[in-house]
Design a protein around this ligand. Sequence first.
Ligand SMILES: NC(=O)c1ccc[n+]([C@@H]2O[C@H](COP(=O)([O-])OP(=O)(O)OC[C@H]3O[C@@H](n4cnc5c(N)ncnc54)[C@H](O)[C@@H]3O)[C@@H](O)[C@H]2O)c1
Length: 309
Amino acid sequence: MKILHELNKIKNVVIIGGSGCIGTATCNYFTSLGISVTVIDIVPPENKDLKYIHCDIRNFKKLNEVLSGAEYVYILAAISDANENSNTPLKSMDINIGGINNVLIASRNNKVKRIIFSSTVWVYSECEKENVDENSTLPSNNVKHNYTASKIAGEMLIRSYSNLYNLNYTIMRYGIAYGPKTNSNTAISNFINKALNGESIYINGDGKAYRNFMYITDHARANLSVLHKNAINETINFDGPESVSIKRVAELVKKNINKKIKIKCIDSKPGDYKGKNVSNKKSLNLLGWKPEILFEVGLKKQIEILCQK
Ligand SMILES: NC(=O)c1ccc[n+]([C@@H]2O[C@H](COP(=O)([O-])OP(=O)(O)OC[C@H]3O[C@@H](n4cnc5c(N)ncnc54)[C@H](O)[C@@H]3O)[C@@H](O)[C@H]2O)c1
């Protein structure tokens, strides 16, 4: 990756939401490279050696204080579970839109060098074409889920503040994460837990929806890669290496756990991401990043980790 030559120039990095699943993998990776990380979150990080500041991003006054001196600020804090977004819209939008707005204004006040925002490939959900890249127009008049709406809103606020206040940014459109600490509501974690308990696996929809699942260590490497100056004021996709249907995920989980369980299809969830071929060309060309972990390898790792608990 191009950034590895430039690491000595990066003095401090703040990860807001650093105690979550992508944040934990990122903190582990950054500290292994000698980068000093401060975590801002409402939950303490797993690694007790990290500098940690308890702060809710809805508290603008405190955010404004704790971002003093910050240079590179990752905004990972969010209600990341799509179901939680639709079930608790007041709280979720308060955090995913209002909280992000607070971080942006506090970053502007503190003359932060760059904010790095975790958007998602869900923003492509309603694009007509199967093959999408960063130049694809997002059909923002046809958004079907408030999680998607909140991420598109976050992106729009960031670009507007860059224009109004010269706040530098990088918008990262991550692929769907799997690996340790991922939310138990995600399809993969849910299937593994059911299978380990010998229960049936329920697929929402016909199982044909697909995702290019991305193992969280690939998110961590992506997070490092964007510190390169080539990522300044860019929107960049970081998706997983191969497309895997939800039905295939269920079959692989069953095969790996080797229990006699049934796989059943039930109603699909409204507004769920059906999958797109998201181009990773830009991240490769600009930053030298590409995903490393193939799905079957990552799935085995996740099952092993869950079985050890
Ligand atoms: N996990 C995925 O598949 C995925 C895919 C694309 C984009 N993203 C985005 O990447 C980011 C990180 O995802 P994740 O899977 O690590 O999420 P996560 O839910 O595991 O972690 C989110 C973190 O934010 C913190 N947080 C929540 N509300 C907060 C608040 N009000 N103030 C301060 N901190 C708060 C939580 O305590 C948690 O540590 C999110 O913005 C998510 O939307 C995730």
